[in-house]
Write a new protein. Structure first.
Length: 379
């Protein structure tokens, strides 16, 4: 089996659905160009039928992107597919992403339909999208809660209708990793034509398991992952691109590769956070402000002896300028000595001990000790 994982970025579609995070056309183009530099394979540029502005943005992105596939989302409706096909006309590599609910709760309470009718509509949508573009991705919304034999039937039907990719979203972020692994493995065992399409993971983070479920899906055979920068997206968000990319990079033993150049991860995280006005939590894996910051005495001492004692990635490899040693009342003498040396102060042990006592008093009071505070301490 091919072990190259296709990175499908949906920052500009699922990510941009976050209230207050809407971007204008120029901002979307800027993000799309940076995503291409980062090395993503597919950019989901928007949902063209949703508004004239989104239609125009998808079209503008389709005009400027040269390497990545540009994708537009649609429901399984004629007017949606027509709009996506029109917006994607300028794309060198266009993809239509169409689909419909697959769980009984969606079939009954969203579509007031039946499993049989859902399959018919899914086949129609794929065939209709195929009349415009070769590359058609089908999403089985809420696949995470769908009846598994029905999901197998639906997957088989849309592949037969020509879907090149079948996306099996855990729309509500419900599954546990072993359940995701089981579901994808089941489909590989029960869908005869499954190797004619790429199986895609699209997981939401309602229980904080989006990344873990995505990795479980890859291990069971999925070869495309749908992710966003900083994990932004509906409710608790989507799978975070930087987490999946670095898991596959750090765990080379798993044997998977991506086209991502990790050096762009931190810069694009900042760009998206600034443009969307959506701060990144400080303890966010890979790109958070504290991801490479060491603050307790034991960790600082170990880190100063050898970075790998407390770091599994080099900050520079993901575009973070350097690790940081933060001085707080939890810091030890090693960190204090290190910071003083960087400021040009070499203290003998008795002097350092005395200063350390005063340092702790100051740190209890001020919480964080900065270079100016240290200069004041040394006098
Ligand atoms: O979460 C989801 O199911 C989606 C689909 C529209 C792909 O975003
Ligand atoms: Zn989604």
């Amino acid at each position: 089996m091919n072990n190259r994982i296709q990175i499908f970025d949906t920052t500009l579609r699922d990510g941009e659905q976050v209230p207050g995070c809407q971007l204008n056309r120029e901002e979307k183009i800027e993000v799309a160009k940076e995503l291409e530099k980062l090395g993503v394979d597919i950019i989901e540029a928007g949902f063209p039928i949703s508004s004239p502005g989104d239609f125009a943005s998808v079209k503008a992105i389709a005009e400027v992107i040269t390497e990545a596939t540009v994708c537009g989302l649609t429901r399984a409706r004629k007017e949606d597919i027509d709009a996506a096909a029109e917006a994607l006309k300028p794309a060198r590599k266009p993809r239509i992403h169409t689909g419909i609910g697959a769980s009984d709760v969606h079939i009954k309470h969203k579509f007031n339909s039946t499993r049989e009718k859902i399959i018919e509509q899914a086949i129609w949508a794929v065939e209709y999208a195929k009349s415009y573009v070769e590359d058609v991705e089908f999403f089985a919304e809420d696949a995470g809660r769908a009846d598994l034999p029905f999901l197998a039937q639906l997957t088989q039907a849309v592949i037969k209708a020509g879907a090149t990719v079948v996306n099996l979203p855990d729309t509500t972020g419900y599954l546990l990793p072993h359940q995701m692994h089981h579901r994808i493995s089941y489909l590989f065992e029960h869908v005869d034509n499954i190797h004619q399409a790429t199986i895609s993971m699209h997981n939401h983070n309602d229980l904080g398991l989006a990344t873990a479920n995505t990795i479980a899906g890859i291990q069971a055979g999925a070869r495309q992952v749908e992710v966003t920068i900083n994990g932004i997206g509906e409710r608790a968000g989507n799978t975070s691109l930087e987490e999946v990319a670095m898991i596959l990079n750090v765990h080379k033993d798993l044997g998977f590769t991506t086209g991502i150049n990790p050096k762009h991860l931190f810069p694009i995280s900042n760009l998206v956070s600034n443009l969307m006005g959506m701060p990144v939590q400080a303890n966010k894996a890979v790109v958070g402000a504290n991801a490479f910051a060491h603050s307790s005495g034991i960790h600082q001492d170990g880190f100063l002896k050898h970075a790998q004692n407390y770091e599994i990635m080099n900050p520079e490899d993901v575009g973070v300028p350097s690790s940081a040693i933060l001085l707080t009342s939890r810091s030890g003498r090693a960190a204090l000595r290190h910071r003083l040396q960087l400021l040009g102060f070499e203290l003998e042990k008795p002097e350092l001990d005395k200063l350390y006592t005063r340092f702790l008093l100051m740190a209890d009071e001020r919480k964080m000790i900065h270079d100016e505070d240290l200069k004041e301490l040394v006098g």
